[in-house]
Design a protein around this ligand. Structure first.
Ligand code: PGA
Length: 257
């Protein structure tokens, strides 16, 4: 890929006032660092989206704004849900779909993931499809098959997805634990995922790694893991650590690719 991508997943952290502060800090820190080879986006909670897009627009920043989740329905009696059209109207350009926390804690099964991917694509937004195995699956060495199944069920029957899908490989055992996958494990999974994406007409999409990415390990993961970028949780809540990850990926693109 010619450009890398780093997305900050804020999860259920930061109210809209805190979100404005962090966005302003991030925009100013990034303005003073080389990030010309990397696209950057943040995924705040729904209630922060309006504030964050306002800051980004006012500062004429290139930071993109993503949502963490969306309904697979267009509109109607779905209390508590938010539609793709609503996000689009706010200036959101991409949506995380099927994060493992949604799958495990909110019963988002593979059918709902597939329908949500379809709704996001139909609405003209970009999909960040999250996949990854838990420790039991890894222990049984079934991770390749497991992730291929996740991709197949989400990507088959999608039309016009080429260029509109990014996949984030996030092994569940690495999320928020401080223990990343090894660069060998990541490299193997990148090959598996790219093969499967090609099979379903999404072969030009970028493939990210997520799970305990930090300012300290980003450089090694980027250089040796063969990733196109990162999905970052905890380390995206501080402008300095998030920007350091962006810089590490940018340096990797400048030197190696
Ligand atoms: P983490 O989270 O960076 O805090 O491990 C990653 C994610 O869940 O997207």
């Amino acid at each position: 890929m010619t450009r890398g991508l780093v997305i900050g997943n804020w999860k259920m952290n930061l109210d809209h006032v805190e979100a404005v502060h962090l966005t302003q800090q991030l925009v100013s820190v990034l303005a003073n660092r080389p990030a010309d080879r990397v696209d950057v986006a943040v995924a705040p909670p729904f209630v922060d989206l309006r504030s964050v897009t306002s800051v980004v627009e006012a500062e004429r920043s290139v930071v993109g704004v993503a949502a963490q989740h969306v309904s697979d329905h267009d509109h109607g009696a779905f209390t508590g849900e938010v539609s793709v059209a609503m996000l689009k109207r706010l200036g959101v350009t991409s949506v995380l779909v099927g994060h493992s926390e949604r799958r495990t804690m909110f019963h988002m099964d593979s059918d709902v993931v597939a329908r949500t991917v379809r709704a996001v694509l139909a609405g003209g937004l970009h999909v960040i499809l999250c996949v990854g195995e838990n420790l039991d699956v890894r222990g049984a060495q079934s991770q390749d098959e497991y992730v291929r199944d996740q991709l197949a069920s989400a990507l088959r029957d999608q039309h016009g997805s080429e260029g509109h899908i990014t996949v984030a490989y996030e092994p569940i055992w690495a999320i928020g634990t401080g223990q990343t996958a090894t660069t060998d494990q990541i490299g193997e999974m990148m090959a598996t995922i790219r093969g499967e994406m090609g099979r379903w007409g999404a072969g030009t999409g970028r493939v990210l790694y997520g799970g305990s990415v930090s300012a300290e390990n980003a450089s090694e993961l980027a250089t040796d893991g063969g990733v196109d970028g990162f999905l970052v949780g905890g380390a995206s809540l501080k402008a300095e650590s998030f920007a350091a990850i962006v810089t590490a990926l940018n340096d990797c693109y400048a030197e190696v690719r």
